[in-house]
Design a protein around this ligand. Structure first.
Ligand code: AMP
Length: 397
């Protein structure tokens, strides 16, 4: 993929900038923001655009209002919060298109900030409707995308508008995501290790296939390990197994061998009598897996093996927990991996979703090189796909 233009490359003075951000923040019953991580993530780009003397139009989605105005999903609580963080006024628009928005935008002066109402109040957003794209694009001169988490969706604000406005550049957060993920895939320091976990093999097939051509070792944990173990002929009791993927699992194991990738599966497990937080549990090896039990975490021997591989790694990508880390009794494997990664000198990239939650829960987030802000987007990036929200940005050359 060609290198994309950065917001740092743009001459922004006096320009109206349409900036797609990810303000999809959790709200409580009273409509208060319970976690502002995503807002904080966009601050460097916002500050840069304002400092350069531009007029900033911020756009985001929040939740899934399914194309209809719904006050429950209003971005209104974000405007005063952002205003407090920036110590300057942030005007809230009552919609994202229409005469009131146009009039507000026409009155803007350099340094002003407007937050548009939830883009997904219009069905045109997710449909990437040309007329909706045109109405959004007409508000501004320049496009900036800082919402990596939605870059795998070809929506109006992530793709259509970027094709109508020129230049279209990556924001600072987006740029960082692209830089780390591309470096890992295109130019990694070796040994390059990927750790994959989570519930299902089926969600990660394309990632495994893409990584098998690049990594030196692939460590597999979580529920998805049981389909591989069963494919190898092990007994895995009542563990999560995707019966329709057994053949594919065998094929992936065969490909790993052919490409000389060390594919490590768990050799021991924390098993439970049922899928419950306070279920009876114990450890067992691959050889003595009881028929009535299920594997809910990797065992201590596996944690040790995985940690040893991570200690020697130079580049690591991690996606998916090693067990049901939401339950304390089955969280040790995931935390052991997080700790080993934190202690390793490797460039460490945590790819969205549950692995990020685990790293945060372990208080190790500042020990990782890069924590991706997009679960789905980082997974698609690791599959080797070119994300539509990135493809639509202007090439640097
Ligand atoms: P994913 O979204 O595919 O990354 O899956 C994350 C989910 O996988 C988490 O909610 C975990 O609780 C779950 N998970 C991890 N290991 C297991 C396991 N051994 N059995 C069942 N679920 C698991």
């Amino acid at each position: 993929m060609p290198e994309k233009l950065s917001v740092l490359d743009l001459d922004l003075k006096g320009k109206k900038v349409f900036c797609r951000v990810d303000f999809n923040v959790p709200l409580n019953e009273a409509g208060a923001i319970t976690d502002d991580t995503r807002i904080l993530g966009a601050l460097p780009t916002i500050r840069h655009i304002i400092d350069k003397g531009a007029q900033l139009i911020l756009a985001s989605h929040l939740g899934r209002p399914k194309g209809k105005h719904n006050p429950k999903y209003s971005l209104a609580p974000v405007a005063p919060h952002l205003s407090g963080l920036l110590n300057r006024n942030v005007a809230m628009a009552e919609d994202c298109i229409g005469p009131q928005v146009t009039s507000l935008v026409n009155q803007m002066e350099n340094g002003d900030i407007i937050l548009l109402e939830n883009l997904r109040f219009h069905a045109g957003e997710e449909k990437n409707d040309p007329d909706f794209c045109r109405q959004l694009a007409d508000l501004a001169d320049v496009y900036v995308n800082d919402a990596f988490g939605t870059a795998h969706r070809a929506h109006a604000s992530t793709e259509g508008v970027a094709r109508l406005l020129s230049p279209a550049a990556a924001g600072l957060l987006m740029e960082k995501e692209i830089r780390y993920l591309s470096q890992a895939l295109a130019n990694p320091s070796h040994p390059f290790v990927a750790i994959l976990g989570g519930a299902k093999v089926s969600d990660k097939i394309a990632v495994i296939e893409n990584l098998l051509g690049k990594v030196d070792s692939l460590l597999i944990g979580g529920g998805m390990a049981y389909t591989f173990l069963k494919a190898q002929g092990h007994h895995v009791g009542r563990s999560l197994v995707e019966e329709d993927r057994l053949e594919l699992a065998s094929e992936l194991l065969r490909q790993a061998e052919e490409k000389q990738v060390k594919m490590l599966l768990p050799t021991d497990h924390v098993i439970a009598s049922e899928f419950k937080e306070d279920a009876q549990h114990k450890t067992c090896s691959n050889q003595d897996f009881p028929a009535d039990w299920m594997g809910l975490d990797i065992g201590p021997e596996t944690s040790k093996t995985f940690s040893t591989v991570l200690q020697k790694a130079k580049t690591v990508i991690w996606n998916g927990p090693m067990g049901v880390f939401e339950f304390e009794a089955f969280s040790k494997g995931t935390f052991a991996v997080a700790k080993a990664l934190a202690e390793s000198e490797a460039l460490s990239i945590i790819g969205g979703g549950d692995s990020v939650a685990a790293v945060n829960k372990a208080g190790l987030n500042d020990k990782m090189t890069h924590i991706s802000t997009g679960g789905g987007a980082s997974l698609e990036f690791l599959e080797g796909k070119i994300l539509p929200g990135i493809a639509a940005l202007t090439d640097k050359s």
